[in-house]
Design a protein around this ligand. Structure first.
Ligand SMILES: C[S@@+](CC[C@H](N)C(=O)[O-])C[C@H]1O[C@@H](n2cnc3c(N)ncnc32)[C@H](O)[C@@H]1O
Length: 247
């Protein structure tokens, strides 16, 4: 299933308070790394989803015009309700105005290499802020350990290292054209009441899709069926925040 089709299928579940708190926080801590003196009047956001990050952008930069690009129509339908002042589009319009800031919160890992190049090109002359999921390395919580077991069972070898490498490679390629202001990790530890809650969160946010592709629904069922004796399950999410601006 293509990413946009997947997010179309979960848009209503995605647009829930638990996810809103999570994604708003990630957008806030990424924007915290931007130099405060930056003058921002035009923003392009790529992979805007249901507008959680868009809303933070509109709060931080109330006078800025925001173009929020999101390919999944059902996600956009929520986005226009959250942030009516933003212009939501399925792709970047050919006649778009240049942006002072290009933002991409937890979406760049879904882009093809060509789309990632386009994202970087959009930021020429301005600033860029991204969050990209990476593996939490050795700081694994019990939920991460269960997921790791499933990865080993479903696949020949885990793909954890790939995510960290992808972010490093991306930051390095940016460094050829931009001044890198920061590449910093941020962790969020979520607590779930049941394996079903954990499985739903990993599924709806797209983590199971990026790890297991077409077997994501099967992975969700397997995690849902975990025999769990503890009071809660913790899961550690780690993201790299990348902030850069044009030379
Ligand atoms: C995990 S969600 C993040 C949404 C939003 N940025 C937030 O913070 O809540 C990932 C989003 O990336 C979008 N996406 C997937 N492929 C994309 C692409 N090729 N171009 C732009 N967005 C894409 C998905 O449709 C989805 O809404």
């Amino acid at each position: 299933m293509r990413p946009a089709a997947f997010y179309d299928s979960v848009a209503d579940e995605y647009d829930a308070p638990r996810h809103e708190v999570f994604y708003r926080h990630l957008a806030e801590v990424a924007l915290d790394l931007l130099p405060p003196a930056l003058k921002i009047s035009r923003i392009i956001e790529i992979g805007a989803g249901t507008g959680f990050g868009t809303e933070i952008l509109s709060e931080r930069y109330p006078a800025a015009a925001i173009l929020a690009v999101e390919p999944a129509a059902a996600m956009r339908a929520h986005g226009v309700i959250h942030v009516p002042s933003a212009q939501f589009e399925s792709t970047v319009p050919a006649d778009h105005a240049a942006a002072d800031l290009v933002a991409c919160f937890v979406a760049a890992h879904w882009l093809t290499p060509a789309e990632r190049d386009d994202l970087v090109a959009l930021a020429e002359g301005g600033a860029l802020v991204l969050t990209m999921p990476v593996s939490p390395g050795s700081d694994l919580e019990d939920g991460n350990l269960e997921l790791a077991k499933l990865v080993r069972e479903f696949r020949e070898r885990p793909t954890w290292e790939r995510s960290a490498r992808r972010t490093r490679d991306f930051a390095q390629s940016l460094g050829e054209r931009f001044d890198i202001v920061a590449v910093e990790p941020v962790d969020v530890v979520d607590t779930y009441a049941t394996p079903e809650d954990l499985a739903a969160s990993l599924y709806v946010r797209g983590s199971l899709g990026s790890l297991f592709g077409d077997r994501a629904a099967e992975a969700r069922e397997r995690l849902t069926a975990l025999a769990w004796s503890g009071a809660t399950i913790k899961f550690r999410w780690r993201f790299d925040r990348i902030v850069a601006h044009s030379r």
